[in-house]
Write a protein that binds this ligand. Structure first.
Ligand code: C5P
Length: 459
C-alpha cells in the first residue's frame, strides 16, 4: 500500500486509540455507513466509548447541533483536567469533511477527517486529514471512505482485517467495483489472503432465480424486473427452475441465464459498459450476516436511504437478529425503485445534454437516476429531483461511457449549484446538489451547458 498514506493512517489510528471518547459523524449512504461501522467496530474492540451521528450531508444546518454539543463539553470540562472523556475527546468525520473547511474550523476538539471526496484544502483545517487525493490516489474509483476507514482500522490492530468485507461493500455502494482496482483491490486481496473474502465471477443474484430476476434493479431488465409474468416466461424459455438459486446452478445453466439477460439488455439499449459488468466479482463474505458484499451493500443502502441508520449499523455490527427487518426494508425499497421506474418514461424532461425527472419518492431518486442512465437511456446523465419546502434536492448519475467522454458530475453540479445560490458536490459519476426552488430553470440551463462542455458538445 501507499507508504505515505499508511503513515498518516497509523498516526490517526494512534490518536483514536489514545482517545477517551470519540464523537463520530458519518454520511447516510452505504459507503458512509460502512466507514462508520469499521471505525466504531475498531473502537468497540479497544473499549473506547463513542457516539455516532449519521447525516444526509454536511451542511451548517445539519451539523451545528453537534458542533455546539462538542464545544460545550470542552468548555464544561474541569480546568487542567487531563483525564475523562470531556477533555480527551476526538471528533471524526467519515465520508465527509474534506470539502467543508468552514464547518470543520468551528470545532474546538481534536478533529479527524477520513474522506475520499475531492478535497478543497490540504492541511491546517482538521488536525488529522486522511484523503486519498492527497497521496495521488483517485478517491472516485480506487478507494472509498470505508476503504480509508479500513486502512486506519488495520493500523490500529491487524485483528480488524476481518472488516475487509465491509470496506468492499462500501466501495460497491459508491460504484467502485467495476472492476475493483488500486487500493480497493489491495483490500480485496488482503481479505482473500486472510480467508475473510472469496472472490468469484458471476451475476449478483443471491435469492432464488424467481426472486432475483423479479427484484433485479442492477441490471434493470425492462421485460423482467418487477414483472412476474415476464420472469416466468424467461425462465420457461431457458428451461430453468425459478426455485433454484444462482450459485447452485451448473456452468451451462449459469451461461444460459447470463446470455438471455445480456440479449435483453442489448435489446433495450443499455450502456455497453454496464452490460459487460453484469458478470462481475462476487465477493463471498465469511464474517458478515449475509453471504456476499453486494447483498450487504444493497441492505445497507436501503436502510440508509430509509433513514434506518440503527438497523444498518446493527447489520454491520453483525447482529443476526436484525437481518429479517433489514431484508423486509430492502424489499420495500426495491419495490419503490421499480414503481418509480415503471412511470419514468412519461416524466422525463429531455434537454440537449442531460435528462431529468421529478421523483415521487426522495429516497430512491439517486438509485433510479443511476439505473436509467446505465440500463435505459445511456446517452446522457440523468438527474432526479425532489422538492422539499423551499429548496430542491437533486441526485445526478452518469455511466462509465459518459465518464470516458469527459463527464464530471461533481464539478458540473457544484458549479451549477453555486451559480444559483445552492451547494453541490460528490463524484464524477454520482453527485448531488441542493438549490433554492425558484432557481430550478437557471440551474438546469447551467448544468446542461456545463455537461455539454465536458462532453465536447456544441451548446
Ligand atoms: O444524495 P446522493 O446519493 O445523490 O449523493 C451523491 C453524492 O453527492 C454523494 O457523494 C454526496 O456526498 C454528494 N452530495 C453533495 N451535496 C449534496 C448532495 C449530495 O455533495 N447536496
Amino acid at each position: 500500500m501507499n507508504k505515505r498514506l499508511l503513515k498518516k493512517a497509523k498516526e490517526i489510528g494512534e490518536v483514536l486509540s489514545k482517545s477517551k471518547f470519540v464523537r463520530c459523524v458519518s454520511h447516510n449512504d452505504a459507503d458512509g455507513l460502512s466507514a462508520a461501522s469499521i471505525g466504531c467496530n475498531s473502537l468497540i474492540r479497544e473499549n473506547i466509548p463513542f457516539h455516532l451521528s449519521i447525516l444526509e450531508n454536511l451542511n451548517p444546518d445539519s451539523v451545528n447541533e453537534i458542533i455546539e454539543e462538542v464545544n460545550q463539553r470542552k468548555n464544561n470540562a474541569p480546568e487542567n483536567s487531563s483525564k475523562g472523556c470531556a477533555d480527551e475527546e476526538t471528533v471524526v468525520f467519515f465520508d465527509m469533511g474534506s470539502g467543508q473547511p468552514s464547518i470543520i474550523k468551528k470545532l474546538e476538539k481534536t478533529t479527524v477527517i477520513i474522506d475520499h471526496h475531492p478535497p478543497l484544502y490540504k492541511d491546517e483545517v482538521a488536525d488529522y486529514h486522511l484523503n486519498p487525493h492527497h497521496f495521488g490516489v483517485d478517491g472516485s474509483s480506487e478507494i472509498s471512505a470505508s476503504g480509508m476507514s479500513y486502512i486506519v482500522a488495520r493500523e490500529m490492530s491487524r485483528d480488524n482485517i476481518d472488516l475487509a468485507g465491509q470496506a468492499i461493500a462500501g466501495a460497491i455502494g459508491d460504484m467502485q467495483h467495476r472492476p475493483f482496482k488500486g487500493l480497493n483491490l489491495e483490500i480485496l486481496n488482503e481479505g482473500r489472503e486472510k480467508g475473510y473474502i472469496e472472490a468469484k465471477k458471476g451475476l449478483k443474484f443471491y435469492g432464488t432465480l424467481k426472486e432475483s430476476l423479479f427484484e433485479s434493479t442492477e441490471p434493470y431488465i425492462k421485460k423482467i424486473s418487477g414483472n412476474k409474468i415476464g420472469v416466468e416466461k424467461i425462465l420457461d424459455k431457458i428451461s430453468l427452475n425459478g426455485e433454484s438459486k444462482y450459485w447452485e446452478l451448473g456452468e451451462e445453466k449459469k451461461r444460459r441465464l447470463t446470455n438471455i439477460i445480456v440479449l435483453l439488455l442489448v435489446e433495450q439499449g443499455s450502456d455497453f459498459n454496464a452490460i459487460s459488468e453484469i458478470v462481475g466479482d462476487i465477493c463471498l463474505l465469511d464474517k458478515e450476516v449475509v453471504s456476499t458484499a453486494s447483498h450487504l451493500a444493497s441492505l445497507i443502502n436501503a436502510c440508509g436511504k430509509s433513514k434506518e441508520y440503527g438497523l444498518a449499523l446493527s447489520i454491520l455490527l453483525r447482529k443476526n437478529r436484525y437481518l429479517e427487518d433489514a431484508e423486509e426494508l430492502q424489499k420495500d425499497f426495491k419495490g419503490s425503485i421499480l414503481k418509480e421506474l415503471k412511470n419514468l418514461e412519461e416524466k422525463i424532461v429531455d434537454r440537449k445534454n442531460i435528462k431529468y425527472f421529478v421523483a415521487d419518492n426522495s429516497s430512491v431518486k439517486g438509485s433510479v437516476a443511476g439505473i436509467s442512465t446505465s440500463y435505459l437511456w445511456p446517452d446522457k446523465p440523468m438527474l432526479g429531483l425532489v422538492k422539499k419546502n423551499n429548496h430542491i434536492n437533486i441526485s445526478a448519475r452518469g455511466n462509465d461511457s459518459l465518464i470516458q467522454r469527459g463527464l464530471d458530475l461533481s464539478s458540473a453540479m457544484s458549479e451549477s449549484a453555486d451559480k444559483v445560490g445552492g451547494r453541490g458536490g460528490g463524484h464524477d459519476i454520482a453527485s448531488g446538489a441542493r438549490i433554492p426552488s425558484h432557481a430550478l430553470y437557471e440551474f438546469i440551463k447551467a448544468i446542461d451547458a456545463k455537461v455539454g462542455d465536458q462532453l465536447g458538445e456544441e451548446n
